[in-house]
Design a protein around this ligand. Structure first.
Ligand SMILES: C[S@@+](CC[C@H](N)C(=O)[O-])C[C@H]1O[C@@H](n2cnc3c(N)ncnc32)[C@H](O)[C@@H]1O
Length: 236
């Protein structure tokens, strides 16, 4: 059932990923997101290829494509997501994929991340948030991730590029609405998401106790604006 329109943006955000789980899974698994094919999948995989094998956490893993890729590269991969149907789909996909060490998964929201991580254990060598930090509160998940990463562990965040997503609106933080109308699938619910300026992203990462290693802007030759913003940072 689509979320009630009068709920808070945070509740509608998490509820939308329950309502949209099946449509999202079909789109991702059919390669139906042009920016992913144009380079954002390759960008995160290339950034992660530099990691030594270890314990890695895929935060907001969705149907689990990246968690599976990490397991296939030999990492001990753990995926968490707020959407129970997406975690169910990720588990089912991993059980037939036949990786040497299958990923494990847990349902957790950004707000319960700290407690869930106690159960999942730690410390982790790396945490990856691939288009998964959509809420206005970044301090809660980033502080929780800081708490479970090893000293000098790596944080990877790939997100929409603030310039590309601006779409004529003022350049300032604030809630926006994604309708998924560009996709071939019909999504039952629209999704509130929190737009951030470049400075806002970098400050949030630094304030949570990380040192910036790189700020990349993956490009596709045919496109005038960056495909995404890719931040790599080290736990202080
Ligand atoms: C755009 S999808 C990205 C999924 C995956 N990382 C990928 O690359 O395909 C965003 C994911 O963030 C998750 N998410 C959104 N809000 C969340 C929250 N408050 N806590 C945990 N996960 C959340 C959604 O359930 C969804 O799976």
């Amino acid at each position: 059932m689509p979320p009630a329109p009068d709920s808070s943006p945070q509740d509608r955000l998490t509820d939308s990923w329950i309502a949209n789980a099946a449509a999202w899974t079909r789109v991702v698994q059919a390669g139906g997101i042009p920016s992913r094919k144009a380079g954002t999948d390759a960008a995160i995989l290339s950034a992660l290829a530099r990691l030594r094998r270890g314990r890695v956490l895929d935060v907001g893993c969705g149907e689990g494509w990246l968690t599976r890729a990490l397991a296939a590269q030999g990492h001990e991969a753990i995926g968490i997501d707020a959407s129970p149907p997406l975690i169910e789909t990720a588990r089912a996909a991993s059980s037939v994929a036949g990786e040497v060490a299958a990923p494990t998964y847990a349902v957790a929201t950004y707000a319960t991340l700290g407690a869930a991580l106690d159960t999942l254990g730690g410390p982790f060598d790396a945490a990856i948030c691939n288009f998964a930090l959509l809420d206005d509160d970044l301090a809660t998940p980033l502080t929780a991730l800081h708490g479970v990463l090893r000293p000098r562990g790596t944080l990877f965040i790939q997100t929409v590029h603030p310039l590309t997503a601006l779409a004529g609106a003022p350049y300032e933080d604030g809630w926006r609405e994604e309708t998924f109308s560009a996709f071939a699938e019909t999504f039952p619910a629209s999704m509130p998401w929190y737009y951030r300026t470049l400075g806002s992203w970098l400050r949030a990462v630094r304030d949570a106790g990380f040192t910036l290693d790189s700020v990349d802007e993956p490009r596709a030759e045919s496109q005038p604006l960056p495909l995404s913003l890719l931040i790599t940072a080290t736990r202080r």
